[in-house]
Design a protein around this ligand. Structure first.
Ligand code: ATP
Length: 228
């Protein structure tokens, strides 16, 4: 069994910024496995904030029939396809988990495609008049994407709480969850680099209260009636 790879330092040089429509604030949302970032994303969406899910976009750009899937198969071989010709995501995750060069190759294939999807999504939200949008991804700080966001929200939680939540959510043993947590940057670094920190050690009601408070801070103040 391989040791988990050491947390990766940010890539030198930030990825090119997305075209940023005027008047839209784009805030990042990230967190380690089981921290609750998807739950925070749902709470934001329920309050009318558009959230771009970069991890889902990475799946969409490698769906059957896409040029993204063709590119991944060309790079990693047909062994990364399941019998039904869809991408074997778990198998690919195992390959890149223990091979940093393979991980970089995969990221070079996926990230430009995800960025293009994000740019299109953001332009559409801007056209609808959204003033605040959120970019949710597991890897924001690790890939230097924080450089082109208007601040990042980090969701943090105690490691044991995260392990318990993932085991309850997905089933399976805790050890692989611990190994994946050890391979990510830690919450101390997330806290240092994030502009806003949501501590998700409590109940869902506690989390909701924090999201409400955060939205008060993030939402643009509507102009006062009669203000000059
Ligand atoms: P991953 O990176 O693995 O997708 P995540 O950071 O998106 O994880 P979630 O899926 O939001 O995490 O949360 C993990 C699990 O913990 C989910 O089943 C979610 O419903 C549950 N959960 C999140 N926050 C809380 C909380 N405060 N109290 C109880 N359960 C919670």
């Amino acid at each position: 069994m391989h040791d988990p790879p050491a947390p990766r330092p940010p890539d030198p040089g930030s990825p090119p910024p997305l075209p940023r429509p005027a008047g839209v604030r784009l805030v990042g949302l990230t967190g380690g496995i089981g921290s609750g970032k998807s739950t925070v994303a749902s709470l934001l969406r329920a309050r009318g904030i558009p959230v771009f899910d970069a991890d889902r976009a990475a799946r969409d750009v490698t769906a059957p029939g896409t040029p993204g899937l063709d590119a991944v198969v060309a790079a990693f071989g047909p062994g990364v396809l399941l019998p039904d010709r869809t991408l074997d995501r778990a198998g690919l995750a195992r390959i890149v988990f223990s091979d940093p060069a393979a991980r970089r190759r995969l990221e070079q294939l996926l990230h430009p495609r995800v960025d293009a999807a994000a740019a299109e999504w953001l332009a559409a939200r801007a056209a609808e008049g959204s003033a605040l949008c959120v970019y949710e991804a597991a890897l924001i700080l690790e890939t230097g994407r924080d450089a082109w966001l208007d601040g990042v929200i980090a969701v943090v939680a105690d490691v044991e709480t995260r392990v318990r939540r993932v085991v309850e959510r997905d089933g399976g043993p805790p050890e692989p969850v611990r190994a994946r947590i050890a391979a990510q940057i830690d919450d101390d670094e997330r806290r240092r680099r994030a502009r806003w920190v949501v501590v998700n050690d409590g109940t869902l009601a506690d989390l909701e209260r924090q999201v409400e408070a955060l939205l008060e801070e993030l939402s643009p103040v509507p102009p006062q009636e009669g203000a000059k």
